[in-house]
Design a protein around this ligand. Sequence first.
Ligand code: AMP
Length: 286
Amino acid sequence: MQVIRTIEQVRQALRPARQAGRRVGLVPTMGALHEGHWSLVDRARQTCAEVAVSIFVNPLQFGTGEDIDSYPQTEEHDLTGCAEHGCAWVFAPSPQEMYPDQVLTSVTVRRLSTPLCGRTRTGHFQGVATVVCKLLNIVLPDVAFFGEKDYQQLVVIRRMVRDLNMPVEIVGCPTVREPDGLAVSSRNAYLDADQRSRAVSISAALREAVDAVKQGAHDARRLIADAEQRITRAGPVDIEYVEVVDLDTLEAVETIDRPARMCVAAKFGRARLIDNLPLYVGGGAQ
Ligand code: AMP
């Protein structure tokens, strides 16, 4: 496995694989790699001859007062894991390498960037779309893998690729969870023991909503109120949003008469956690 720090070197390193027609997969990450990330890498390995992981804590997607300075960095652990999971390359550039000059060009996926997390994280999805666009242009993979855990991000990236005719396939992968249901996240490291035990209320509330819809519930407002109650019942929490949205447009859905997604963001202490699950009408085939 090769660890590469510069754009020039990563282009050079991947050229032979591309020229030989070997399918290249990219897994973009911010490091602090965990089971969620490994599931993307393993999925990539199943369908690609060569897998690259990028590790870059992208300053463009963090707002003022957010956790960029304390974001966990575990490079040695990350590199060992990448080697164990069969990655051919890790691209881990510095901020200076990615943004040598003031950024004058950025990618805005309008409408999809403003609801849900976009409401409080102004500019976040512009930062995400811009860095992913850069990474895709640098690595030129055939396929890139993203987690459904960050559902809005996945929808934004899919749309960017479609609107800009970028020659890459985007694959969404299911959320990996702890045994009690909590979505695995690098930010779970911020939780103390008490917050950790209460944080499970997010996934529990989502599961209850899924079950309720299977049983015939269809009023989104009612489902949201129940989920909020389930989360607050667990103890102190700052719920940012609980919403039921259309799978593609991310617009609020009032009646669950077609597949929709319940999305949650809530803060336990300084850990801002997000999670989501699909709500399928009648529990039929998905
Ligand atoms: P991050 O390093 O948090 O930017 O995440 C990198 C990629 O891993 C993104 O596509 C995330 O959606 C994905 N990811 C993070 N956590 C999980 C998880 N628990 N299950 C599946 N994918 C995940």
